[in-house]
Design a protein around this ligand. Structure first.
Ligand SMILES: [Zn+2]
Length: 215
């Protein structure tokens, strides 16, 4: 049965089967997981159903703290991502933050058009249009179509990693605890492989206008 034909009842039945299967392999599986949550990684990924953080990294529940939104954006006025960031850094004390985009991202493709999506979606996608404007020469030097869309996916990931580094939350943690390391990745829907784009170690040199002095 393909995912498109699943019913809500089927999801619940499969949940029971999955839970039973876990316990059959490891009787302590849920009691152990329920007792502790100490993930070392925060994942900021796209809401796209084809990019599930745990499956594509071969990790189990409890190993990655996950935040997902349309086109994996880090927006400085988004209370959701900022709350996740504060909790992950301050309470979970994660050592790595991964921003993972993906080729074939519908959000990025939509932002490259001049179509209005109304409501709040235009405002959200405008963040990607800003990335486009910032890197327009490089994008226009790239062949129109698939190649240019792939480049915008990569540039968007790079800008979101930079957006993390611009926050006082992150800079304070870099200064006090020398963590977390930031990573920008892109996932390929066509082959299931992740391509690392950039790594920012704690203390990475930002443009000085973004560096807070009184943390
Ligand atoms: Zn996407």
């Amino acid at each position: 049965m393909t995912a498109q034909h699943q019913t809500v009842e089927a999801l619940l039945r499969q949940n029971h089967e999955w839970a039973a299967e876990r316990v059959r392999h490891d009787a302590e599986y849920f009691s152990r997981l329920a007792a502790i949550q100490t993930p070392k990684f925060l994942w900021i990924g796209c809401s796209d159903s084809r990019v599930p953080a745990n499956q594509i990294t071969g990790t189990e529940p409890g190993e990655i703290f996950v935040h997902r939104n349309v086109a994996n954006l880090v927006v400085h006025t988004d209370l959701n991502v900022l709350s996740v960031l504060e909790f992950a850094i301050g309470q979970l004390k994660v050592e790595h933050i991964i921003v993972c985009g993906h080729y074939g991202c519908g959000g990025v493709a939509a932002a490259m058009t001049r179509q209005s999506y109304g409501g709040v979606l235009n405002k959200w996608l405008r963040n990607i249009k800003d990335v486009y404007r910032l890197h327009e020469p490089a994008l226009l030097a790239c062949a129109e179509g698939e190649a240019r869309a792939r480049l915008l996916v990569e540039l968007t990931v790079r800008e979101q990693v930079l957006n993390l580094a611009k926050t006082a939350t992150l800079q304070r943690s870099w200064r006090a605890d020398h963590r977390p390391t930031l990573h920008g990745w892109v996932y390929g829907l066509e082959d299931g492989l992740i391509k690392p784009l950039l790594t920012m170690e704690p203390g990475h040199d930002l443009h000085e206008i973004y560096q807070y002095e009184n943390l």
